[in-house]
Structures are given as C-alpha cells and as structure tokens.
Design a protein around this ligand. Structure first.
Ligand code: SF4
Length: 225
C-alpha cells in the first residue's frame, strides 16, 4: 500500500516559525517539533555524537530515532549505537539498504550514498510529517544558511534542524556538561565520522569535513540535498 503524502504546509507560516525559533534554545525547538508533529516526527541520527538524541529524549522519550546502517560503518560506530540505544532506551529503527555489499563506493560514491543512505532514509520517512537532523551551519558552506525549520521539497515533509546555529564549541560544551558518551574515534582524529571507506582522521587545524571523501570533490552524501 502506498503511504499517504503529508499535506504541504503553509510555507510562509513555516518561515515565520523558523525565524521565531532562530534564537531559541535547541530544547525549545525540539519541544516545538514534538508538539507539532508527535508520532509523525522522526529523528535521523548519524551517531557521530549523541547531543541531539540527549536533547530530544528529554522532551520526547518515545521519539523514533532512525539509524542508516550502510553496511560500511566502523565497528566503533556500531558499538556506539548500542551504547546510546541502551543508555536512553531508544525507540531505534535501523534501516538497511536493499542491496548487498559491493564495491560501488570505489567506483561511484554518489550512487553508493544514494542506495545506502538516501533510499533507506526515504523509506524511513514514508508516512511521516517531519524529520529532525543534527545538521549545523558551520559544518560546510552548503549548510551555512540552513533554516531551523523548512519544507524538504524533495521528500515532501518538514525538516527541523535544532542545532543549526551551534558551533563546535557549543557541541563540545554540551557533551562535557551532560557527561555524554563519546564516539571512540573522536579522540583518534576523526572529527566527521561516516562510513569507513570514506572517512579519515584530520590533522590539527584541518577542516573537520576534509576527512570525508578525501581526495575527491564530493562533500555531501545527499541526505541534506
Ligand atoms: S559514505 Fe562511502 S561507503 Fe558510505 S554510502 Fe557513501 S560512498 Fe558508500
């Protein structure tokens, strides 16, 4: 059965909401999203850290959290997912690709991301009204103007970025203050952690995203297109 598409919201109202939340704490943005969308809201987590999860479960303990298991995650990432899942009793949904492991990442990384990330996320969001992400403006130039709340035209649902205005220092401070568990690779120079074939540690002073798809001009996986 085909899932019913969420009705298109009033985009002007959505822009006003986004502007009104621009200076709001991330916790207030999460609360707004949960009140607005309830069970029709999904949090897509990369499990590079658990800042957004920690914020979200305080407002909505039963919120569905989606992890995209590309089949190419570091063993440390899978371990970390389990640690975080148990710590919060997460309502975790693990999405897997519909293809077997292959060497597409070597010859066509865009297609690999499309099949192992974008397509499974699309399935996870079917029938939902909104998704929430840990995207931050400082991460890449393409994310520099990301709104707090917007309409994800490609997926036909609302997108909420509660951490959009956060700096790296904000994240580090929150992790420290809340004594959050950290990804084991974080102190081994991995400042942006994706699949093992496409992530490497970065040198001191090097951009965090330089470790992703290093040596190519690819900078995004397509989830935030
Ligand atoms: S990050 Fe690399 S291995 Fe992971 S889905 Fe994209 S191309 Fe494939």
């Amino acid at each position: 059965m085909t899932a019913t598409a969420a009705p298109i919201p009033d985009l002007g109202e959505l822009a006003d909401v986004s502007a009104s939340l621009e200076s709001a704490p991330a916790s207030a943005i999460v609360e707004w999203a949960w009140e607005e969308y309830g069970d029709d809201l999904v949090l897509a987590a990369s499990f590079q850290d658990c800042v957004l999860i920690d914020l979200a479960v305080q407002a909505a303990p039963e919120l569905e959290v989606v992890f995209l298991d590309t089949q190419y995650h570091f063993a440390e990432t899978l371990w970390y997912v389990d640690v975080v899942r148990k710590r919060y009793g997460l309502n975790l949904r693990v999405m897997e690709p519909e293809i077997a492991p292959d060497n597409r990442w070597q010859r066509d990384p865009d297609a690999c991301c499309a099949l192992r990330k974008v397509e499974p996320l699309g399935r996870a969001l079917e029938g939902k009204a909104a998704w929430m992400t840990g995207l931050r403006r400082v991460e890449t130039p393409a994310r520099a103007n990301a709104p707090i709340v917007s309409y994800d035209v490609g997926r036909g649902i609302v997108k909420v970025n509660p951490l959009a205005t956060w700096t790296d220092v904000d994240v580090e401070g929150y992790v420290r203050d809340r004594e959050l568990p950290e990804h084991p690779l974080a102190d081994r120079g991995y400042r942006s952690i994706g699949c093992w074939p496409c992530s490497r540690p970065v040198d001191h002073g090097e951009d965090a995203r330089a470790g992703r798809w290093a040596g190519t001009d690819k900078i995004e996986c397509g989830l935030h297109a």
